[in-house]
Design a protein. Structure first.
Length: 116
């Protein structure tokens, strides 16, 4: 069982920045594929970014490329999502995800609201 705890959400004006954090349990965090997803009101949960375990390759949704950066600190069992140039359409609940040998785990989510 892997537990994930997100933090760092909040209210920000358009053009601003936020950094989300996700702390994970487990002794082999460096091998986990970690990701961020988001869910806007009335919409399905959607992929935002992922960072692979091991080599740390990153992938992004087209809607956030060039604005968001995913990173990880394996010594702290933490993954981050740096969000810059935020837009009102980025408003959503952001969820951390861990893929551990085919098992997927989710955090409780953190609200990000971008005002225009």
């Amino acid at each position: 069982q892997v537990q994930l705890v997100e933090s760092g959400g909040g209210l920000v004006q358009a053009g601003g920045s936020l950094r989300l954090s996700c702390a994970a349990s487990g002794r082999t965090f460096s091998s986990y594929d970690m990701g961020w997803f988001r869910q806007a009101p009335g919409k399905a949960r959607r992929f935002v970014a992922t960072i692979r375990g091991g080599g740390g390759s990153t992938y992004y949704a087209d809607s956030v490329k060039g604005r968001f950066t995913i990173s990880r600190d394996n010594a702290k069992n933490t993954v981050y999502l740096q969000m810059n140039s935020l837009k009102p359409e980025d408003t959503a609940v952001y969820y951390c995800n861990a893929d551990v040998t085919g098992h997927r785990y989710w955090g409780q989510g953190t609200q990000v609201t971008v005002s225009s």
